[in-house]
Write a protein that binds this ligand. Structure first.
Ligand code: 13P
Ligand code: SF4
Length: 310
């Protein structure tokens, strides 16, 4: 069936017909953010997925996010506009290699960033997101060693903020490792009053140049609350759409990738399009389906996170 000319109107009609809620991460295309019922960071989106009354959750984000929604709301139909929308962090931590790593550290509490597969979550004691990782790690018993996976950049930052030593899995995000330090320094020279906002998935040498570090939602709130009127933003540029909508009188600059490439845009997140969003509501495919035993094992550490981060 050909896509209708007015995609937003067609999506809106299908959303009502299906009793669907459209959840979108800040790294989605502007047009998807504009039609979403709720936009948020990973923690906020998982809370929404756990509490929605809708029959269908259309998750405009990446696979691990839709999978988390299914783990939390197994009775709902969870759709992901493009099932190929993965995540380099999740890919960097295969479940069998992770099991071997855990076996080398049997006494450690296992804390995994939500950017991982259900099979890795199922092997974890606690899940965290970039917005609650420091707070959760601080709550862990001081006499127990901690293993942190899969993002070593986030792990190093959590280590510095919590004062806890972490044994790190050596994963990283291809997007947050791409930002050019030279371009950042140039932007700082051109805009001396600008505040530098960074996501903790960035490498340490970039975090050292940041004025404020936090999850996507925290960066957005900082842009609203700060007295600065211009900002250089070290994360996926999708977030700039909400920043510009929320504080239209302020200026925002994205940092390009090294070599001036546009690889600061997440290639996985950007697989979702407005047309695929319409298509999935129309056909109710692709649907996220999971093995029930795996779902139950992955649920416990996510629930622990939600309880501890209240
Ligand atoms: P948030 O926790 O800010 O949503 O980050 C998710 C993510 O994938 C960042 O790359
Ligand atoms: Fe994964 Fe990085 Fe994309 Fe976030 S930006 S979804 S961590 S690849």
């Amino acid at each position: 069936m050909p896509a209708p000319a007015d995609l937003p109107a067609a999506i809106d009609a299908l959303r009502r017909e299906r009793n669907a809620v459209i959840l979108a991460h800040y790294y989605q295309d502007d047009a998807i953010q504009d039609i979403a019922d709720f936009i948020g960071d990973s923690l906020e989106l998982s809370r929404k997925a756990a509490n929605t009354d809708a029959d269908v959750i259309v998750f405009c984000g990446v696979h691990f996010m839709a999978e988390t929604a299914k783990i939390l709301s197994p009775e709902k139909t969870v759709l992901l506009p493009d099932l190929e929308a993965g995540c380099s962090l999740a890919d960097a931590c295969p479940a069998d290699a992770f099991a071997a790593f855990r076996a080398e550290h049997p006494d450690h509490i296992v804390v995994s960033y939500i950017n991982c597969s259900a099979a890795v979550k199922a092997q974890s004691d606690l899940i965290c997101t970039s917005s609650n990782a420091v707070d959760l790690v601080k709550q862990l018993p001081a006499d127990r060693p901690i293993l942190f996976a899969p993002d070593q950049n986030l792990g190093r930052w959590v280590q510095s903020q919590s004062g806890r030593e972490l044994t790190l899995w050596p994963g990283s995000c291809i997007v947050h490792e791409t930002f050019s330090e030279q371009a950042l320094l140039q932007l700082k020279l051109e805009h001396p009053g600008a505040e530098v906002l960074a996501h903790p998935e960035c490498q340490q040498h970039l975090l050292d140049l940041a004025d404020y570090i936090g999850s996507t939602s925290k960066l957005l709130h900082r842009a609203e609350e700060s007295s600065a009127t211009s900002f250089i933003v070290l994360t996926e540029p999708g977030i700039l759409h909400q920043m510009r909508l929320k504080v239209a009188h302020k200026q925002f600059f994205e940092v390009p990738g090294a070599d001036g490439c546009s690889c600061n845009a997440c290639p996985y997140m950007r697989l979702n399009t407005l047309e695929k969003l319409w298509q999935c509501l129309n056909t109710m495919q692709p649907e996220l389906v999971m093995d029930e035993q795996l779902r139950q094992r992955a649920l416990a550490p996510i629930q622990r996170m939600l309880e501890m981060s209240r």
